[in-house]
Design a protein around this ligand. Structure first.
Ligand code: RB5
Length: 144
């Protein structure tokens, strides 16, 4: 990875999964930076998406955003220039969004994806490198 910190944030629906992933990924030796929230009290997912994307835009590296469906986080994240956020619920997509799309944000759906699978998706996302080549041309065409 091009940055040794993984940023993570959620809303209230994703809070428990955020805590689970933070613990698991930290135990694997990854440096996690938890951008909140600090409790499962109701909050607004765009606030946390924008906070995390500002850090990834400024510093590089990768982030994980979690809400109930992953959809709101993904919509908010993809408003940021240079952010390529991918909502993943399966292993194939978690791998392809890195290898082909050079995604820098993984969006997870806490109300859809059980914690063990979410952990596997995060591992795949963080370990898979971008393949470049023809995919680099296509990724460059995404920006408007
Ligand atoms: C919160 O109830 C829910 O709307 C949110 O977590 C997310 O799924 C939005 O896209």
């Amino acid at each position: 990875m091009d940055h040794d910190t993984v940023f993570i944030a959620s809303d209230h629906a994703g809070f428990a999964l955020k805590e689970y992933l933070c613990a698991g990924l930290s135990a694997q030796g990854l440096r996690m930076e938890d951008l909140g929230p600090e409790s499962a009290e109701s909050c607004d997912y765009p606030v946390f998406a924008h906070k995390l994307c500002a850090r990834v835009s400024a510093e590089g590296g990768r982030g994980i955003l979690i809400c109930g469906t992953g959809v709101g986080m993904c919509m908010a994240a993809n408003r940021h220039k240079g952010i390529r956020a991918a909502l993943c619920t399966d292993e194939f997509t978690a791998r392809a969004c890195r290898a082909h799309n050079n995604a820098n944000i993984l969006c997870l759906a806490a109300r859809v994806t059980a914690p063990p699978l979410a952990g596997d998706l995060a591992d795949i996302f963080l370990r898979t490198e971008f393949e470049g080549g023809r995919h680099a041309r296509r990724v460059a065409l995404i920006e408007v």
